[in-house]
Design a protein around this ligand. Structure first.
Ligand code: SF4
Length: 321
């Protein structure tokens, strides 16, 4: 193929798309590629994912397979990176280690585009992007600039989201509910967003744990546990520590069956004593009615606890008047 050919890159709207979407999209755009994004998750996409997965796979990975399936025949390449470690002594969940091979062995009619990120073993992000970029241009400076620009845009976007959330925490008088969930679960239109929408209908203000800056989150996670190994869980735990004095309740939102979340969330529940907590497990058979009842009861409990606390403060005040 000629180097001046315009390529189309398929990006599955699932898993790490919700963490790196700005970086990915801007990088490929800077290299003059077109992007085709799979649509928001639907029941049909999930069913296709289930049909292309083993039963033991987690719900989030099944959804990912549905998105890859949708992109078949619609792009020159489909992006499926191998993201293993962002730093020393930490790792992502094994699903991310295996994702490229799972997709490759499931679909034999697609060209995969991948990059390795495994800092613990010496594979840095830029070298992965550089190798990917060589598929689209032979100009090293163009690849370098595309990466730098895309990286800067992702950082700006993250900062914007964090600032917006800080504003919500300061100015909003509603009950604040910290949703502790991987971004690919909570931002997914089919499994996570219905919960956020219902929390808003219940007149509460959902706060996203994944929005906090990575460095701050990892640092703060040490106050709950210094030995956490899974990067994404480390960030979520750090967010609990960071937001704990500004929130009224915590929802752990877990995709079935997630090993890292079940261990780490259990640890958090043992350590956090004074904030109401609920765990919601998302699975393929999720029904809305039961979910709504649980959320309503949870918010009622928080409201009752808040009223009791206010009454105690009032009684204390009366003693000195
Ligand atoms: S961390 Fe849990 S939900 Fe995420 S990919 Fe791994 S098993 Fe699935």
């Amino acid at each position: 193929m000629s180097v001046s050919q315009k390529y189309t890159i398929g990006i599955p709207r699932a898993l790490l798309y919700y963490k790196h979407s700005v970086l990915w999209k801007n990088f490929f755009k800077e290299l003059d590629c077109d992007i085709v994004l799979s649509p928001k998750t639907t029941k049909k996409l999930l069913d296709d994912g289930i049909a292309n997965s083993i039963d033991e796979s987690c719900l989030s990975a099944k959804i990912f397979m549905g998105h890859v399936n949708y992109l078949r025949g619609k792009a020159d390449y489909i992006l499926v990176p191998r993201i293993v470690s962002y730093g020393k002594n930490e790792s992502t969940c094994t699903k991310f280690h295996a994702l490229y091979d799972i997709v490759k062995n499931t679909f034999d009619d697609i060209n995969l585009l991948d990059y390795n990120l495994d800092v613990e073993n010496g594979s840095r992000e830029f070298s992965g992007f550089y190798k990917m970029g060589l598929n689209f241009t032979k100009n090293p400076m163009k690849i370098y600039n595309a990466y730098k620009k895309a990286k800067k845009s992702q950082k700006l976007e993250n900062k914007k989201m964090e600032a917006y959330q800080e504003e919500l925490l300061e100015q909003n008088n509603k009950l604040k509910i910290l949703v502790v969930s991987h971004p690919y679960n909570i931002y997914d239109e089919f499994i996570g967003q219905p919960i956020v929408k219902y929390l808003k209908q219940l007149d509460t203000c959902p706060i996203y744990a994944d929005v906090l800056d990575e460095g701050t989150a990892k640092q703060k996670s040490k106050q709950i546990s210094s030995g956490l190994y899974w990067s994404y869980n480390k960030e979520l735990v750090g967010a609990i520590e960071h937001y704990k004095d500004k929130i009224d309740g915590i929802i752990f939102l877990v995709a079935f069956p997630c090993g890292p979340d079940s261990l780490v969330n259990e640890l958090c529940q043992r350590k956090i004593k004074d904030i109401p907590i609920i765990t919601i497990v998302l699975d393929e058979l999720q029904g809305e009615a039961g979910l709504h009842t649980r959320l309503e009861s949870f918010i009622d409990i928080i409201n009752m606890k808040k009223q009791d606390n206010e009454e105690l403060v009032r009684q204390e005040r009366c003693k000195y008047e």
